[in-house]
Design a protein around this ligand. Structure first.
Ligand code: ZN
Length: 88
């Protein structure tokens, strides 16, 4: 049987762990988004110059789980619009 002191100590410990995990999850989410962006940019080709390097100008939510991204070609400045589904 744990004493109250031990229990309090354990709670504090798990709170710290939860905080650390949350921080890690946030960092991973950012990383995942960057990877996703790199993946989708890979499949996209500029209709004008044919290159595949885009910068995302802005992201606009459409409806439900869809977002619209406005991208700009890094070479010729051509703007393209993509609609993507957000995975749950
Ligand atoms: Zn281009």
């Amino acid at each position: 049987m744990a004493t109250d002191d031990e229990r309090v100590e354990k709670q504090g410990e798990s709170l710290d762990r939860a905080k650390a995990l949350r921080k890690r999850a946030k960092a991973l989410k950012i990383e995942a988004r960057q990877i996703e962006e790199a993946i989708d940019n890979k499949g996209l080709r500029c209709p004008k110059c044919g290159c595949g390097h885009f910068e995302t100008d802005k992201t606009v939510p459409v409806s439900g789980r869809r977002i619209r991204r406005y991208k700009v070609c890094r070479y010729c400045g051509r703007r393209v619009r993509t609609t993507e589904r957000i995975e749950a």
